[in-house]
Design a protein around this ligand. Structure first.
Ligand SMILES: [Zn+2]
Length: 117
Protein backbone atom coordinates (compact mmCIF):
# COMPACT_ATOMS: atom_id res chain seq x y z
CA UNK A 1 0.00 0.00 0.00
CA UNK A 2 1.47 3.29 -1.06
CA UNK A 3 -0.79 5.69 0.83
CA UNK A 4 0.92 7.54 3.67
CA UNK A 5 -0.22 9.77 6.48
CA UNK A 6 -0.73 13.32 5.22
CA UNK A 7 -1.58 12.27 1.64
CA UNK A 8 -4.59 13.62 -0.22
CA UNK A 9 -6.97 10.88 -1.30
CA UNK A 10 -10.38 10.48 -2.94
CA UNK A 11 -12.90 8.04 -1.44
CA UNK A 12 -14.24 5.92 -4.30
CA UNK A 13 -16.69 3.58 -2.52
CA UNK A 14 -19.07 3.59 0.40
CA UNK A 15 -21.24 6.21 2.07
CA UNK A 16 -18.56 8.88 1.95
CA UNK A 17 -17.65 8.42 -1.71
CA UNK A 18 -17.06 11.77 -3.34
CA UNK A 19 -14.68 13.47 -5.71
CA UNK A 20 -13.47 15.95 -3.11
CA UNK A 21 -9.88 15.33 -2.07
CA UNK A 22 -9.37 14.73 1.66
CA UNK A 23 -6.43 14.27 3.99
CA UNK A 24 -5.30 10.99 5.49
CA UNK A 25 -4.85 11.47 9.23
CA UNK A 26 -3.78 7.92 10.15
CA UNK A 27 -2.65 4.71 8.45
CA UNK A 28 -3.42 1.52 10.40
CA UNK A 29 -2.87 -2.24 10.13
CA UNK A 30 0.24 -1.89 8.00
CA UNK A 31 -1.63 0.14 5.40
CA UNK A 32 -4.79 -1.96 5.18
CA UNK A 33 -6.93 0.71 6.82
CA UNK A 34 -6.88 4.48 6.74
CA UNK A 35 -8.51 7.23 8.78
CA UNK A 36 -9.54 10.18 6.65
CA UNK A 37 -10.57 13.63 7.76
CA UNK A 38 -14.38 13.89 7.73
CA UNK A 39 -14.98 10.32 6.48
CA UNK A 40 -16.89 7.56 8.30
CA UNK A 41 -17.72 9.79 11.26
CA UNK A 42 -19.57 8.35 14.21
CA UNK A 43 -20.83 9.73 17.49
CA UNK A 44 -19.37 7.98 20.47
CA UNK A 45 -21.32 8.53 23.67
CA UNK A 46 -19.04 8.98 26.65
CA UNK A 47 -19.48 9.31 30.38
CA UNK A 48 -18.22 12.17 32.49
CA UNK A 49 -14.49 12.23 33.02
CA UNK A 50 -13.41 11.14 29.55
CA UNK A 51 -10.08 12.88 28.76
CA UNK A 52 -11.39 14.39 25.53
CA UNK A 53 -14.76 15.37 26.95
CA UNK A 54 -14.66 15.91 30.76
CA UNK A 55 -18.37 16.77 30.89
CA UNK A 56 -19.42 13.61 29.05
CA UNK A 57 -21.74 13.64 26.04
CA UNK A 58 -21.06 12.88 22.41
CA UNK A 59 -17.70 12.80 20.67
CA UNK A 60 -17.48 13.01 16.89
CA UNK A 61 -14.89 10.45 15.82
CA UNK A 62 -13.54 9.29 12.50
CA UNK A 63 -13.38 5.53 12.08
CA UNK A 64 -10.95 3.71 9.79
CA UNK A 65 -12.05 2.52 6.34
CA UNK A 66 -10.35 -0.12 4.15
CA UNK A 67 -7.62 1.50 2.10
CA UNK A 68 -8.96 -0.28 -0.99
CA UNK A 69 -11.78 2.29 -1.00
CA UNK A 70 -9.48 5.22 -1.56
CA UNK A 71 -7.34 6.42 -4.43
CA UNK A 72 -4.39 8.74 -4.21
CA UNK A 73 -5.17 12.28 -5.32
CA UNK A 74 -2.29 13.85 -7.23
CA UNK A 75 -1.65 17.49 -6.46
CA UNK A 76 0.04 18.28 -9.74
CA UNK A 77 -2.62 16.95 -12.13
CA UNK A 78 -5.59 17.13 -9.67
CA UNK A 79 -6.80 13.64 -10.54
CA UNK A 80 -7.39 10.44 -8.63
CA UNK A 81 -4.55 8.25 -9.73
CA UNK A 82 -2.41 5.20 -9.03
CA UNK A 83 1.09 5.46 -7.68
CA UNK A 84 4.26 3.74 -8.82
CA UNK A 85 7.75 3.51 -7.41
CA UNK A 86 10.86 4.51 -9.32
CA UNK A 87 14.51 5.34 -8.76
CA UNK A 88 15.99 8.63 -9.87
CA UNK A 89 19.53 8.99 -11.24
CA UNK A 90 21.21 9.21 -7.83
CA UNK A 91 19.38 6.17 -6.43
CA UNK A 92 16.65 8.05 -4.58
CA UNK A 93 13.48 5.98 -4.40
CA UNK A 94 10.34 7.99 -4.92
CA UNK A 95 6.63 7.58 -5.52
CA UNK A 96 5.22 8.99 -8.72
CA UNK A 97 1.84 9.66 -10.26
CA UNK A 98 1.06 7.21 -13.07
CA UNK A 99 -0.99 9.82 -14.91
CA UNK A 100 1.32 12.84 -15.04
CA UNK A 101 4.48 11.11 -13.71
CA UNK A 102 5.13 13.90 -11.22
CA UNK A 103 7.05 12.94 -8.12
CA UNK A 104 4.86 12.34 -5.05
CA UNK A 105 7.57 12.38 -2.43
CA UNK A 106 10.73 10.48 -1.58
CA UNK A 107 10.51 6.98 -0.12
CA UNK A 108 14.18 6.46 0.71
CA UNK A 109 17.22 8.69 0.22
CA UNK A 110 19.94 8.51 -2.40
CA UNK A 111 22.87 6.03 -2.39
CA UNK A 112 25.34 8.78 -1.48
CA UNK A 113 23.55 9.51 1.77
CA UNK A 114 24.06 5.87 2.84
CA UNK A 115 27.73 5.63 1.88
CA UNK A 116 28.67 8.94 3.50
CA UNK A 117 27.71 7.63 6.93
ZN1 LIG B 1 -0.51 13.53 -11.39
Amino acid sequence: MKIKKGDTVVVTQGDDASKAPRHVTQVLDGGKKVVIQGVNQVYKHVRKGHPKSPAGGRLLLEMPIPSSRVMYHCNSCSQATRLGYRYTGDGTKERYCKKCSASCGTVSPSRESYSSK
